[in-house]
Design a protein around this ligand. Sequence first.
Ligand code: PLP
Length: 421
Amino acid sequence: MVLSTQTSATTLDGAALRRDFPILNQPQPEGRPPLAFLDSAASSQKPEQVIQAIDTYYRTINANIHRGVYELSEAATAAYEAARQTMATFLNARQARECIFVRNTTEAINLAANAWGRSNLTANDRIVLTVMEHHSNLVPWHMLREEIGFSIDYIPLTDDHQLDMTVYAQLLEQKPKLVGFAHVSNAIGALNDVAAMTRMAHDAGAAVLVDAAQSVPHMPVDVQALDVDFLALSGHKMVGPMGSGVLYGKRELLEAMPPYMGGGSMIRKVTLDGTTFADIPARFEAGTPAVADQVGLAAAADYLTAVGLEAIREHELELLDYAMEQLPSVPHLTMYGPEDLSKRSGVISFTLGSIHPHDVAAILDGENIAVRAGHHCAQPLMAALGVVATTRASFYMYNTRDDVDRLVAGLHKANEVFGQV
Ligand code: PLP
């Protein structure tokens, strides 16, 4: 097992950070242990600082934005646009207008697929995706393919559950128009080399879309350093509110794209004969946006920056390393994902002998340990692994070695309850 070595990260105290997250400190019924929350890959918990930002917004700033001439509306507009600037700085985008506010990663990818895909893909084109994608980076492309008729090739997995770079290089020889892939797999935690894959794609003339739902919350992500063309993220996975998110796109690509949805706020002029459209980012933000949620997202980005993304990554790798030492003591456990921990995030996906993953999760819930079980919206990946479902434990900054110990004890208990010795 190889443990990645970070140089500049400072040590992070998961137990101390936990105090920022009210939900993790709720009193439990008599005899029930504290919540071991190991499901942050599905959605993270929210710190006081984010909850406060939303509360303050609604108590002191709330009004519809961009069209009011009164002070409160101007304050709300300023808060919304400041949130955009915060997200641009957080991702190191060149300009704030390269960050389009959306509800989540799913909407971000649908926006890119519909606006970029519709104006760039024809029936003779190819795109490349991977077998480890979340459904949200598969289904929008399948739907568009139904209409346009382009071809989709998929990068398969190696035996070590990483993307097969040899096949990727071969697929690029067919000159795809776009390569789309997850930075980190939500289902097995595989961490893909975005910079290298992007360089290869660009050399072959393809644009690159990265699904960063599982990376941006857990490690530094710099869109200029990675040179990606599009990058999608969800606020709710990075200690921000549900209903917040960003599609980053390079300015020149966004400016050349037609709108995705039509309505108020995204127009320059409307007559009965037709419509002309606003510049970016407004062109892609039809209707009243989730202002308070995007303000909360900016507070989340500030929180992550204050804690330190390198420290978060280091902490999660340390927990992963510890878990990999402890988990082999559990009989019948099969784990999925790369062996090399430097090629993983803090996600552990496993099966436990013949016990159904849902039953494993239910036994763990009995111990107040929250994990996820199922196909993780990655059915093609499950098929490639030869399983229908797994149980998944995922770490974040507020997890501790104690959570790992409880997970291991819970899995021993599941074996006992199901008579697996
Ligand atoms: N992509 C990945 C890798 C994910 O893990 C998820 C959510 O689990 C998504 C996309 C979809 O995110 P959302 O449901 O916030 O749109």
